[in-house]
Design a protein around this ligand. Structure first.
Ligand code: URA
Length: 178
């Protein structure tokens, strides 16, 4: 189940250029979930292809984990105007698509505070929860969940950069070195 190319389920549809669908291996055991598409993603229809994407790509490469072997998506599939945080109703409208992307995964990695809030159903302090594995409910089933920092947060924070690096290395070692 995915949004139709002219989805109008929420008001984000009024300003978007392209819907940004998940990218990577649809059968991946691990899915990385960002917040929302930015300008480059809106123009290309692909997740994480701007500055944050380059940071994530660098860490994946460093870990020896090909981008094509994971699944990458966002809590909402359309760019919020001015890159503001997606609102509750917008996330709720996109939730059925997200749940479909998350179900039956072995691990969901939440990138950043907004995605983690949406996925965990509560406000969190990244400093407290980053890289601590927990579980979330996906369509009535528990799925392992790892909150970590958004790639954009690593630009100015060494701690965030190291945490995201470690999370990517953990994913590679635990789910792909078989
Ligand atoms: N930031 C996100 O959270 N998602 C993207 O796809 C790009 C930037």
């Amino acid at each position: 189940m995915r949004p139709s190319p002219d989805c109008r389920l929420c008001t984000l549809s009024q300003n978007r250029s392209l819907i940004v669908l998940p990218e990577g291996d649809p059968c991946s055991p691990v899915v990385f979930v960002g917040e929302a598409p930015g300008e480059k993603e809106d123009q290309s229809g692909r997740p994480f292809v701007g500055r944050s994407g380059r940071i994530l790509d660098g860490m994946l490469e460093e870990a020896g984990l090909p981008r094509s072997s994971i699944l990458i998506t966002n809590t909402v599939k359309c760019r919020p105007p001015g890159n503001r945080d997606p609102q509750r109703e917008e996330m709720a409208a996109c939730l059925p698509f997200l749940q479909n992307e998350l179900k039956d995964r072995e691990l969901v990695v939440g990138l950043g505070k907004s995605a983690c809030r949406d996925l965990m159903g509560m406000d969190v302090k990244m400093k407290e929860v980053a890289n601590k594995e927990t579980a979330i409910d996906v369509d009535g089933k528990k799925v392992a969940f790892m909150p970590t920092y958004h790639p954009a947060a690593t630009i100015y924070s060494k701690e965030a950069r190291e945490a995201l690096r470690q999370a990517v290395l953990y994913v590679k070692k635990t789910y792909y070195d078989l």
